[in-house]
Design a protein around this ligand. Sequence first.
Ligand SMILES: Nc1ncnc2c1ncn2[C@@H]1O[C@H](COP(=O)(O)OP(=O)(O)O)[C@@H](O)[C@H]1O
Ligand SMILES: [Mg+2]
Length: 268
Amino acid sequence: MPPLVLAVANQKGGVGKTTTVINVAAHLAEIGRRVLIIDCDPQANATSGLGVARRDIPASTYDVIVLGRPIAEARMHTAIPGLDLVPSDIALAGAEIELVGVARREMRLSYALEALADDPLDYVLLDCPPSLGLLTVNAVVAARALVVPIQCEFYALEGLGLLTHTISLLRRELNPQLRIAGIVLTLHDGRLTLATQVVDEVRKRFGDLVLDPVIPRNVRLSEAPSYGLPITSYAPASRGADAYRELAVNLDARLQADAELMTAPLLA
Ligand SMILES: Nc1ncnc2c1ncn2[C@@H]1O[C@H](COP(=O)(O)OP(=O)(O)O)[C@@H](O)[C@H]1O
Ligand SMILES: [Mg+2]
């Protein structure tokens, strides 16, 4: 079976995409899944958050997407057994411009991932930048399903309409097979009534698509990247670790039970 490719996307910044990618991936690896993170953001937060410095990068997502180099050249092990990374760096910021006029430029990551069809990987997690530009489009085209983090704050509610509109647009224009693997409610502050209202509202709107549990705002989660560690290594007994562990287990169970999603070929 080819690995299941999930794009973690939301055009808003600061909603917890990268935090979700790193910590869900680390917990999936902890339960024995083989996972590859592809950092698709020129800001390279997933790369630095896993302790990978620019000088240690043999090749990057830029080389894969823009120069068409094989993914194997950029793939590296992380300190977490079972978790690999295709790192990013700032060069990727040029992709949008450098690929202008290139045919099928929205398919480039998808083509690169074909090389993983027989790989023993279980999951590929794509960390998207906070925009709907060419890099996010490449990720969405390459993915079987989306994981959408939503921050529990007032503007989240305003953004929900836009988000559903965007997803239907992506489906129609780019990837009719695209599914939603789950919505992750992030950065929840239990002391705020508003945060709880956001949770209720999102559940009302998206029902079972919302994954449990809600991820609390937890200082350990925000500290971990500066040590280059996922929460599983930095603070495995923290509330943040507990929440992401349970989330990863629930997401894995949901996906493994979804035969249609799990057995589909990489390129539809
Ligand atoms: N549950 C959380 N608790 C505390 N801080 C968090 C949490 N999730 C994310 N953060 C912090 O919020 C900021 C934005 O998160 P990040 O995952 O980088 O968002 P995105 O990738 O969507 O831009 C980062 O500084 C991150 O460390
Ligand atoms: Mg990010």
